[in-house]
Design a protein around this ligand. Structure first.
Ligand code: ADP
Length: 509
């Protein structure tokens, strides 16, 4: 896959390097592969203004949405637009390996200390990496493979169940088209499915669809459905698609015809999928909603065969195992002395006794000694501490372990980041607010910290001279003022059991 460019070392030596954010790296791959043709680089201000005003690039090519790169001020400091030798910026992947060379033609301030950088990009290094690299073929290569005539493009951003497969088969027949499946692989799907699992699930459905060409495309969502659809249609066209199959009613730009299929329904008289209006209402069986599919998987029930081919179901239950086998982060937050460690230890003991789960206890003090030695109690250091705990916990949970964390975690942003990391690892996250009032915590004063803070010998004490942002997203709230430790542990276990995270027999007697 080397349409790459090998640059003499001396040309690269002094150029600043920068790792763009994940969605920018996805755009970069599409620019480099030709999927965004005729665009060959990140847009400058002229193109951006023109796209915003009239949906066209400055040279009048129709183009639906901005494709931009933003970098922090310190990176821009190394760029001099007036000097051809100092216009270059090396773009690297998250591991720091050079991916592309950007020749900056425009630099402008955007938000505080961040700058937009526009200019053409060229591939350097030895091409991309990542799972299913062999499916990430550039548009020119795919176009050369396609038979002449119509090409039906399906953006498979979700697994294909029987209703969708029936739609695809019908559309292929109606149009007499060749089928091209484009699988977005830049990020987890909207339903939280990792790209590799999505690819495997699509291949699981392959023998249930007409002969198809399948490609993986690093398309990321922009959080705006219309923009996403327009840009996807644009990319599909670069791959040679003449018709796009979509389940939403959207207008496309760029001269593509969008096929809007009517709804399909299952006729249980003869086990066939039919267009809804063709069968009487009483016998309709709709496609399952995503929540229903998730619920079946969470509880470990098989997806019904009438809805999902077994090979697809198998991939989905591997990617989203039942909750009792899935990784979980149990995150306690609360003031010092509220009871986090004590309850967490009781919970860890109960779970270890049962032996169903491997447990990692990431306790505040132990973490401060092992993982976060050297960090203090400033806002930045506290955030770093919580972030490290959240990162390790998510890795534990990625491998289906159960991580219990009990930092004070006074800031909502840091707690939210921990939740996101767990979810991105395909794990669950349960936030438990130990909401014991300050007066009780201070009275307990196990470590004498409150006394020292009151005496002015300790600053930055949460609850005294540092804020605690009360969670609004706690899954469970405990006030330990008048309850025993055992009762608190039992409440937590009951919550985990009720939501399917642990086996029911774990309830202590
Ligand atoms: P944190 O980890 O939140 O700083 P600790 O668990 O270290 O708090 O300390 C909590 C103190 O409160 C312990 O001395 C514990 O024995 C006492 N305590 C009293 N009742 C409870 C309860 N129901 N749950 C947890 N701790 C309790």
């Amino acid at each position: 896959m080397s349409n790459g460019w090998v640059l003499p070392d001396e040309l690269l030596r002094d150029a600043p390097a920068y790792t763009p954010r994940p969605y920018e790296l996805a755009d970069l791959e599409l620019l480099l592969s030709g999927a965004y043709a005729p665009l060959s680089g990140f847009m400058g201000r002229a193109d951006l203004a023109s796209v915003a005003r009239r949906g066209r690039l400055a040279d009048a090519t129709p183009w639906p949405v901005p494709v931009t790169l933003q970098v922090p001020a310190e990176v821009v400091g190394g760029i001099d637009l007036n000097n051809p030798m100092e216009r270059r910026l090396i773009l690297t992947d998250p591991e720091g390996a050079p991916t592309a060379l950007l020749e900056a033609t425009d630099v402008w301030p955007t938000q505080q200390r961040w700058y937009g950088v526009g200019g053409p990009v060229r591939r350097i290094g030895d091409g991309g990496r990542g799972p299913f690299q062999r499916l990430r073929r550039p548009p020119a290569e795919i176009r050369a493979l396609l038979p002449p005539g119509r090409v039906l493009g399906v953006i498979a951003d979700r697994p294909l169940h029987r209703p969708q497969l029936a739609q695809i088969a019908h559309a292929v027949r109606t149009l007499a088209a060749h089928l091209l499946i484009l699988i977005p692989v830049a990020e987890n799907s909207r339903d939280g499915l990792p790209p590799e699992a999505l690819v495997r699930s699509i291949f699981g459905a392959r023998d249930r669809m007409p002969p198809a060409t399948i490609v993986a495309v690093p398309m990321a969502r922009r959080g705006d459905e219309i923009w996403d659809a327009l840009l996807r249609a644009r990319v599909a066209r670069a791959y040679g698609v003449t018709h796009v199959l979509s389940t939403t009613e959207l207008v496309t730009g760029g001269g593509l015809r969008m096929l809007v299929p009517r709804e399909l329904a299952y006729d249980n008289r003869d086990g066939q999928w039919r267009w809804q209006e063709d069968i009487p209402p009483r016998n309709r069986r709709q496609a399952l909603a995503q929540e229903e599919i998730d619920d079946l998987l969470d509880r470990g029930f098989p997806l019904p065969e009438w809805h999902t081919p077994p090979a697809v179901a198998r991939e989905l239950s591997r990617a989203r195992p039942p909750r009792r086998h899935r990784g979980l982060v149990v995150f306690f937050t609360g003031l010092s002395g509220s009871g986090k460690s004590t309850i967490a230890r009781g919970l860890a003991d109960a779970l270890r006794e049962s032996g169903d789960r491997t447990v990692t206890l990431l306790d505040g003090d132990v973490v401060r000694r092992e993982l976060s030695a050297g960090l203090g109690f400033s806002k930045a250091d506290r955030d770093t501490n919580v972030r490290r705990i959240g990162w390790v916990a998510a890795e534990v949970a990625r491998h289906r372990g159960l991580a219990i964390c009990c930092p004070i975690a006074p800031y909502a942003r840091a707690r939210a980041a921990a939740r996101e990391m767990a979810q991105a690892a395909g794990a669950g996250f349960v936030l438990i607010h130990v909401a014991t009032p300050l007066s009780v915590c201070e009275q307990r004063d196990r470590k004498g910290l409150y006394a020292r803070a009151r005496a002015g010998q300790l600053t930055g004490m949460t609850g005294i001279d540092d804020p605690y942002e009360e969670p609004t997203d706690a899954d469970l709230v405990l006030d330990t003022s008048d309850v025993t430790v055992e009762e608190c542990v039992r409440t937590v276990l009951a919550h985990l059991t009720e939501h399917g995270w642990v086996e029911p027999r774990l309830q202590p007697v």
